[in-house]
Design a protein around this ligand. Structure first.
Ligand SMILES: C[S@@+](CC[C@H](N)C(=O)[O-])C[C@H]1O[C@@H](n2cnc3c(N)ncnc32)[C@H](O)[C@@H]1O
Length: 373
């Protein structure tokens, strides 16, 4: 299955809505490809010389660079436009979703009640999502990860998938493979004899990475968890619409209720960068606890490592933290997956950490992998 599959839970844009979405896409592409590279020029020609004049040396870190870049009108113009484009994107995604809200709720109802249902949905009415997800609209998504507007509500998932689909059309992250399919190829190359029979996808959002696991391993039982009821209802209905048997649970990745030694394979896709470091570490510990002996943990995420960037590169990357409601951006960019695996109990010689490229070479994802003895 390629990226962005078509299914019944998608909120299809009409002509004008699509035109608006395409406008936002080209605006975002223009800002990303034409304006953003200019920030380096602004830094080298304006901000850095001013800093050097004042301090007699070059800036040493991103914190020193900030106050000087914030005086540059061209940088402020980029920053305002980039923020506006993100807000416009959510506006353009919201229109078709709200127009079709009733249909989406009815489709959820139908798929959830169907006797042909292949997976399940287990919500916990007493579950309280972490404050950082309840109170923050991560990447400005107006119906946030934790949102829940009633027993048929699917808005958070509809927004998440709508945003992801639009973003991936222009984001240069390829269309040949989903993130899960990249990791499936990684598993095949690294562990050719490994066939999991019970799989968990931590922090699954709308389930876009959970369903490829169920479809690729039809004999495996696939589970997925996240914190928001609206997100999980959508993920469940989406999986049913795609004929993918997935069991969705409302749980915290840092403290699941699965018994010890339940799974052969636990994965997470783009999850760490939405978690504080203590939650990431706890998810690695949970990975060890709920894996069977010989089981494998793989945590994949975006290619963002401050250790690979100079002070300006770090300043540039921190734009999302400051302007796009990504509170855990730096917590991820500076984390240490090898140490988290070691602290969780995985043996040193089982740990692999590095980049793994998509087939179309558009992105090399960061992959951390370890095996329980
Ligand atoms: C970027 S999305 C993940 C995308 C998804 N895995 C995919 O591949 O499409 C990050 C997700 O992490 C979830 N998350 C963050 N902290 C969590 C926690 N403590 N427990 C469970 N899920 C969490 C958020 O609710 C959000 O849905």
């Amino acid at each position: 299955m390629a990226r962005n599959p078509v299914h019944e839970m998608l909120s299809k844009p009409n002509h004008d809505e699509q035109a608006r979405q395409m406008f936002v896409l080209s605006l975002k592409t223009h800002i990303g490809r034409k304006l953003r590279p200019g920030n380096k020029v602004i830094y080298e020609k304006q901000a850095k010389p001013k800093f050097v004049k004042e301090h007699g040396r070059e800036p040493q870190d991103r914190h020193e660079i900030g106050p000087f870049m914030y005086q540059e009108p061209n940088y402020l113009m980029f920053s305002a436009l980039n923020r506006d484009a993100q807000e416009l994107m959510w506006d353009a995604i919201a229109d078709p979703i709200y127009r079709q809200r009733e249909r989406l709720e009815k489709t959820f109802d139908k798929l959830h009640a169907s006797t042909a249902r292949k997976g399940s949905l287990t919500l916990d009415p007493n579950f309280v999502p972490p404050r950082g997800l309840r109170e923050v609209d991560i990447h400005l998504q107006p119906v946030n990860y934790a949102a829940d507007y009633g027993e048929k509500d699917v808005l958070a998932g509809a927004f998440y998938e709508g945003g992801g689909n639009l973003y991936s059309m222009g984001g240069g992250i390829g269309t040949m493979e989903s993130k899960a399919e990249v990791i499936q190829r990684f598993v095949k190359e690294r562990f050719p004899d490994f066939t999991p029979t019970k799989i968990l996808d931590f922090a699954c959002s709308a389930g876009s990475s959970s369903t490829p696991w169920a479809l690729a391993f039809p004999n495996a039982e696939v589970h997925a968890l996240d914190v928001g009821a609206g997100m999980l209802r959508y993920a469940h209905a989406r999986a049913e619409a795609l004929g993918a048997p997935v069991h969705f649970h409302q749980m915290d990745a840092s403290a699941t209720t699965f018994p010890d030694q339940t799974f052969d394979l636990v994965v997470s896709h783009n999850a760490m960068h939405e978690m504080p470091q203590k939650t990431q570490a706890a998810m690695f510990k949970e990975s060890f606890r709920i894996l069977k002996s010989g089981g494998i943990a793989i945590h994949q995420d975006v290619p963002l490592r401050y250790s690979e960037r100079d002070a300006f590169g770090q300043f540039e990357s921190s734009w999302d933290l400051k302007n796009n409601n990504e509170p855990y951006w730096e917590a991820y960019a500076t984390n240490d997956p090898v140490q988290m695996f070691l602290d969780a109990g995985f043996p040193k010689d089982s740990i692999w950490y590095g980049k793994f490229e998509q087939l179309d070479k558009t992105v090399a994802w960061f992959v951390s992998c370890a095996r329980k003895p």
